[in-house]
Design a protein around this ligand. Structure first.
Ligand SMILES: C[S@@+](CC[C@H](N)C(=O)[O-])C[C@H]1O[C@@H](n2cnc3c(N)ncnc32)[C@H](O)[C@@H]1O
Length: 311
């Protein structure tokens, strides 16, 4: 199987995020260390990324509020995500932070981290042991590991090396990742998590409502770049997204399309970013938002009440 086009989607995501950050959509002091500058994208792309990043962040903070300092975060298909450093800057303390992606992607990430003092100084803790290989980095509470999410036994070994704690309240994040993975493999991964963890929240951002012309165009664009969308069946609608969790022994699941997520973000922030660039086609943005969603799944009762509309 050729996973190269799927890995390349990480460059796309990080470059688009860098572009939006540069225009002032949100603050990220680290993304420019990972992603190169690209030609300016359309305003609706920037707003789409804004809703994605801020929507996921909203759930991260709801999780952290409930979980406290014993929290553990596991970012699946993390690519060049900068969440670890952003949370450090906010003064958030957690017990463990694990990032997983294909070894070729983590090798690039480890290389960039090793060469940047700004990134390094945030992961080295005093007197902490640092273990490095070409694809994996373990330092203090931060772990970046190369593994294929379709291979559970490899994941188990790598998780052990990352000192995973099955009894800590754990947040799993998958941002535009599961759509690239065969449904059988996603179900196996979700079921494995459900047998191992007692208290967990899973935040999944990806496509939904794909069975229309707009969806066809979106999928066609990805396929044209060589990406097999092996997990696309679960993106049919919000219900199929939720069923993925419910059928894999998770206790509960909820989902919101990005129209709802966007309008649940703080009004003042929304008004601020809407002034950054003139948007010609409001209709196009709404269509884009209708085709993406955030779906959560939970294990244990602690995270059952989480809702995007709660203040
Ligand atoms: C669209 S990118 C998103 C990256 C990051 N989550 C973000 O939103 O910025 C998808 C990522 O998922 C990773 N990925 C896809 N399938 C994977 C698999 N089977 N195992 C590990 N990583 C995978 C890709 O390598 C890529 O980095």
């Amino acid at each position: 199987m050729n996973d190269e086009p799927v890995m390349a989607t990480n460059d796309d995501a990080s470059e688009c995020k860098r572009g939006a950050v540069q225009l002032g959509y949100w603050q990220d002091n680290y993304i420019s260390l990972f992603a190169k500058q690209i030609q300016r994208k359309a305003p609706e792309i920037h707003r789409g990324y804004y809703a994605r990043v801020k929507g996921v962040e909203t759930f991260i903070h709801k999780f952290l509020k409930k979980a406290g300092e014993s929290a553990q975060i596991i970012n699946l298909g993390s690519g060049f995500d900068t969440l670890y450093w952003r949370l450090k800057d906010e003064g958030v303390r957690i017990t463990n932070f694990i990032e997983i992606d294909f070894p070729s992607v983590t090798a690039r990430k480890c290389y960039i981290i090793k060469r940047n003092k700004q990134l390094l100084e945030k992961i080295y803790e005093q007197d902490g042991e640092v273990k490095l290989s070409s694809t994996d980095l373990h330092a203090g509470t931060y772990h970046c590991i190369g593994a294929d999410l379709r291979n559970i036994s490899e994941l188990e070994t790598k998780f052990q090396q990352a000192e995973i704690n099955f009894s800590s309240p754990t947040l799993f994040i998958a941002e535009c990742v599961l759509v690239y993975i065969e449904n059988d493999c996603v179900n196996r991964l979700l079921s494995w998590i459900a047998t191992k963890f007692k208290s967990a929240l899973f935040v999944n951002y990806e496509m939904c409502n794909i069975n229309d012309t707009f969806g066809d165009v979106m999928l066609g664009n990805l396929r044209a770049r060589g990406c097999t969308l092996a997990g696309v069946a679960a993106c049919k609608n919000l219900e199929t997204q939720q069923n993925r969790f419910l059928n894999s022994n998770w206790q509960g699941s909820k989902a919101w399309d990005m129209v709802e997520v966007y309008y649940a973000l703080p009004t003042t922030e929304r008004q601020r970013i809407e002034k950054l660039e003139f948007l010609d086609e409001q209709e196009l943005l709404i269509q884009l938002f209708q085709h993406y969603c955030i779906c959560i799944g939970w294990l244990g009762t602690e995270f059952a009440e989480i809702d995007i509309n709660d203040r």
